[in-house]
Design a protein around this ligand. Structure first.
Ligand code: HEM
Length: 399
């Protein structure tokens, strides 16, 4: 049986605005679809997405004998710094190297270290919101971005005067992760990766000589079984922590407030009507800030009743899986009393989000503070246009 072929409408503004009705049609007609534009097989159902995340037949790193490997190498020649910052990104690694590196990074990123940031998060969130309440403001640029970048900056130990550069580099680099990337965006990402690389490299030198109580210092010192992280591994990790952590958290805050508003759910004291942890999980399930991740097929295998060939590429659609009626009853409805909270938005298997504990705490502090008042949308917010990283350009609100 052949996998049904489609032209996935990832550039269509109507689809980006609300992809879920179309994803539902796809999901209910077949578990897999082949997108003729990207050449990816799209995995739409919850069970299959979970299956891919936990199976050894799929890999986040490209097999060297794949026919796209040469093309990727050519691309790495054109954008050497972007690829240099990706070389040791946990997201792209598998096997022993991934396990060793993840173990070392996790040691420097414990639950206790994250919990110690709670008072800082509370003060920062209050400070920002106190200055904004009563006026109309952009929830993303004026609140969520400075909040999230200051938390990650504090965790890593980056001086505050660099936060604007951080935001700029991060915004440019993450554009490389969408399904289609223009050459202009690729060139901007390359320059951002170069600046970011040299900045972090210098910071590591400073912190290696004079360590502080922050994550860059811990990453420079952490050991396990006589292993230490190399400088390039630390640089890639710091860049990943900023990019992976910042964009998804900011977009979750934005997507959540808009979702509540558009579903006529009052924000005021929402956390006294329902448990805050359940509110957060349900909002991340309902509109996932990261919609897809790619995997290579390592061996001939089958999925959802179809055959997949070795070295082909697939994309697991997290947002679609989270709306699968076979996994979540009345999946289209926001329900803070849902029993099943096991959505796919934080991934699964060996690549499960390493920063989920930080993201959950950041969201808990932030949303608890935002829920002190009613939040109204001043204008209809406009989506960024990207499918993979799902968010808004701007969200004007009053509260
Ligand atoms: C709401 C916010 C967040 C969401 C929805 C999210 C989601 C995800 C997902 C889906 C993956 C798995 C990717 C894959 O399967 O290939 C992942 C991996 C990862 N995330 Fe997050 N993330 C969030 C926040 C954060 C934060 C705050 C950090 C750290 C500062 C972080 C660090 C990471 C890292 C390091 C990985 C790679 C893990 C690995 O490959 O072993 N994330 N995240």
């Amino acid at each position: 049986m052949n996998i049904p072929e489609i032209n996935f409408p990832n550039l269509d503004p109507n689809f980006i605005e609300d992809p879920y009705p179309h994803l539902k049609t796809l999901r209910e007609s077949s578990p897999l679809h082949k997108d003729l534009n990207s050449d990816l097989v799209l995995v739409t159902r919850f069970e299959d997405v979970k299956g891919v995340q936990t199976s050894k037949a799929f890999s986040s790193s490209e097999p060297e004998d794949s026919n796209t490997f040469k093309r990727s190498n050519e691309s790495s020649e054109n954008y050497p710094y972007f690829w240099k910052t990706e070389e040791f990104s946990l997201l792209n690694l598998e096997g022993q190297l991934h396990g060793d590196l993840r173990g070392l990074v996790a040691k420097a990123f414990s639950t206790r270290q994250v919990q110690e940031l709670r008072p800082f998060m509370e003060t920062k969130s209050e400070e920002l919101l106190n200055n904004l309440r009563g006026n109309s403001f952009d929830l993303l640029a004026d609140y969520a971005q400075p909040y999230s970048v200051s938390v990650i900056g504090k965790l890593l130990g980056v001086p505050e005067e660099q936060y604007d550069n951080f935001l700029d580099w991060s915004n440019k680099i993450v554009k490389m992760y969408d399904l289609e990337v223009s050459s202009e965006s690729s060139e901007e990402a390359e320059q951002a990766a170069k600046d970011f690389y040299y900045y972090i490299s210098e910071l590591i030198d400073i912190k290696s000589k004079d360590p502080d109580d922050d994550m860059i210092s811990r990453l420079s010192q952490v050991t396990e079984n006589n292993q230490k992280l190399t400088k390039d591994q630390i640089i890639c990790t710091v860049i990943l922590l900023l990019n992976a952590g910042h964009e998804a958290t900011v977009n979750t805050i934005g997507n959540s407030i808009v979702a509540l508003n558009q579903n006529n759910i009052s924000t005021k004291n929402l956390n006294t009507r329902y448990e805050i942890k359940k509110i957060i999980e349900e909002l991340i399930r309902w509109d996932s800030p990261l919609q897809f991740f790619q995997r290579w097929v390592l061996e001939d295998t089958s999925l959802g009743g179809f055959d997949l060939k070795k070295n082909s590429k697939i994309a697991i659609l997290l947002g679609s899986a989270n709306r699968d009626e076979l996994a979540f009853k009345n999946a289209e409805i926001i329900n803070f009393e849902r029993d099943n909270l096991s959505h796919t938005s934080f991934g699964g298997g060996v690549h499960f989000c390493l920063g989920a504990h930080l993201a959950r705490l950041e969201l808990e502090v932030s949303l608890t503070n935002l829920f002190k008042s009613e939040i109204f949308l001043v204008d209809k917010p406009v989506r960024t246009g990207a499918f993979g990283i799902r968010g808004y350009k701007e969200i004007t609100v009053v509260c």
